[in-house]
Design a protein around this ligand. Structure first.
Ligand code: ARG
Length: 588
């Protein structure tokens, strides 16, 4: 369905052209004087320079032509040359009814639909999933859902860090604790047990212990590096331990991501890319791109337009080990082979910016992907505590995700119990849904690249630009609709009627922006724009709700019109929270 802004611009273009001006001046924007108009066109100012005329004269010419327009109830030229615009009420009603009658609420499918690889999550196996990975999961899930809503084929890959030094550390720590394990008996030739020698809680304790030890004990660290090297070169007993680590950790990760409502299409990891590394290195050398520098193998990535000199990408260390960048390049080879994506989007901490610049440039230089293939890195900022420093637990440790979620749920639960309209059991269930929404919305409502303050009290507030406020609005509409039905209301009496009050018009205008907001938010990879939109939509709804008697309206047709309007409001809000990866409870 055509966007309202486009429709308005088409009319203005015609009016500019008919008045003898170029139609490129016909840009329509949201009004910055909502007291005077709803939209405005400032093109007469620019046209004035081109035509050496007074802006107001041009504005008058154009406004004159818009009289009798099917879209505008008002087109008024005001000094020094603005064209103030208002939308016709019957046009608004017609537009909204078309939206309401469409299962996609007027959202067009993207043409052409693309296959887009979204690399997000990025948890590291055997290390606890902590809040550092929260942002990637939450933002990535939303980007994926946004693209899907627009009809793209989105492939979400968790790209686990499952091939690093943490594996060697765990192996050596395990050896110190339990030297009698069969994996450490070099003479053993048989099959290895299928049961893991540790549980997830043991594993979670082993890794931090090993990591701490390696910082004090140089010999231990060397052993761990050596074990990692042996594992990566296929040493059978360590492969067996690695498989156990993978199985135990993956089950836990899946549980964690599921509790966040984050779903991946692919559960691949760095280890899956390893078979492509030798070929990659050969190719880089053969193409003359990789060369030796201080024993390492590197590829220059500098380009003429660079503001500062960028360091080369190291693809092999002097000890022969592959690196993070090597894994990422090899992964692209695999993705090209399996999916041949039209586009790549990576979501990780913004401090990885250089890494991705290096990877993308090498990938293109080496022809792994064509030069014009979009590869985007969406780098996000840090989640800070109220002290402005990276978020920590009270004792200074890194907060575990499970812990974080539990503490939010508890607070929301207390909130809900304050009103005590539902059973404790229902309150617990609702708190889970609302708590997750508070957490995700608290994250998504910020521009991704910015650091933000994790302020639990603000996030769980039922007022302001928060998840609970949006959910509360949806629940409120649900409850009105339920009561309307219980009272025997007949919604088929009317569709959405031309708005008759200011607040009704405000709600209508905000609803009409839906398709445009979805497209821009995805185009800019900016979930916070959806948040801002539904925050304003909720405000408009609540304003309307406060000055309109819906359930006690005597005029049944009028009432059915309201019901149609708020039904659409609920549908739009629900669609929007859906792409944010948030759900609404029945009651709260
Ligand atoms: N595992 C990495 C980390 O914890 C994030 C992975 C991001 N994705 C990628 N393709 N490099 O920092």
């Amino acid at each position: 369905m055509k966007k309202v802004l486009t429709m308005m611009e088409e009319e203005l273009k015609q009016a500019f052209a008919d008045s003898g001006y170029e139609d490129r001046f016909a840009k329509v924007v949201l009004s910055n004087r909502p007291d005077l108009c709803e939209y405005q066109c400032n093109g007469a100012m620019a046209a004035a320079k081109a035509y050496k005329k007074k802006p107001i004269d041009i504005a008058n010419d154009v406004a004159e032509r818009l009289k009798g327009s099917a879209i505008f109830s008002m087109a008024e030229a005001v000094m020094p040359g603005f064209i103030n615009l208002k939308i016709r009420e019957d046009f608004a009603a017609e537009y909204l009814n078309t939206m309401a009658g469409d299962s996609r609420l007027g959202l067009d499918l993207a043409v052409p639909a693309e296959t887009i690889m979204v690399d997000y999550g990025g948890a590291n196996v055997a290390k606890p999933l902590h809040i550092g990975h929260l942002r990637s999961a939450v933002i990535g899930e939303s980007i994926k859902r946004m693209g899907r809503a627009l009809g793209h084929t989105m492939i979400g890959d968790v790209h686990l860090g499952d091939w690093g030094l943490q594996m060697g550390l765990i192996i050596e720590e395990l050896r110190d604790r339990r030297p009698d394990l069969i994996y450490f008996d070099e003479s053993y030739q048989g099959e290895y047990p299928s049961e893991p020698p540790f549980t997830i809680s043991e594993l979670e304790e082993i890794y931090p212990a090993a990591s701490a030890k390696s910082k004090q004990d140089e010999a231990f660290k060397e052993r761990a590096q050596n074990a990692t090297y042996k594992l990566q070169n296929g040493y059978r007993p360590y492969r067996a331990i690695w498989k156990h680590i993978m199985a135990v950790s993956l089950a836990d990760l899946k549980k964690n991501y599921a509790s966040l409502n984050v779903e991946f299409d692919l559960w691949k990891g760095e280890s899956d890319a390893q078979p492509y590394i030798p070929g990659l290195i050969d190719d880089l050398v053969q193409k003359g791109l990789a060369y030796e520098s201080q024993g390492a193998l590197v590829v220059d990535i500098g380009e003429p337009g660079d503001a500062k000199e960028l360091p080369p990408c190291i693809v092999r260390k002097s000890d022969g080990a592959a690196l993070y960048a090597t894994s990422d390049l090899a992964t692209i080879i695999e993705r090209e082979k399996d999916f041949h994506p039209d586009r790549y989007i990576y979501i990780a901490d913004k401090r990885q910016d250089l890494h991705f610049t290096q990877v993308f440039r090498v990938a293109k230089k080496a022809g792994i992907v064509p030069e014009d293939r979009p590869m985007t890195f969406l780098g996000f900022g840090t989640m800070n505590g109220k002290d402005g420093k990276p978020f920590k637990t009270r004792d200074g440790g890194v907060m575990r995700l499970e812990q974080l979620i539990a503490s939010i749920d508890e607070k929301v639960f207390e909130r809900i119990m304050e009103n005590r309209t539902v059973s404790e059991e229902e309150a617990r269930e609702t708190a889970k849904i609302v708590g997750l929404a508070a957490l995700k919305y608290g994250d998504l409502s910020n521009q991704a690249a910015k650091d933000y303050i994790f302020d639990i009290d603000r996030f769980i507030s039922f007022e302001g630009n928060t998840g609970p406020y949006i959910l509360y609005t949806i629940v409120r509409i649900k409850s009105i609709l339920n009561k309307y039905r219980e009272n025997g209301g007949d919604a088929s009496l009317a569709g959405i009627l031309p708005p008759a009050s200011e607040s009704e018009k405000g709600l209508a205008l905000q609803l009409m922006k839906y398709n445009e907001i979805m497209e821009t938010s995805f185009g800019e990879l900016a979930p916070h724009k959806i948040c801002q939109y539904i925050y304003e939509l909720s405000n408009e709804f609540n304003r309307f709700y406060h000055d309109t008697k819906i359930l006690s309206e005597e005029d049944k047709e009028r009432q059915a019109g309201y019901v149609a309007l708020i039904t659409l409001t609920m549908a739009v809000l629900t669609a929007c929270i859906g792409v944010l990866g948030i759900e609404a409870p029945e009651r709260m």
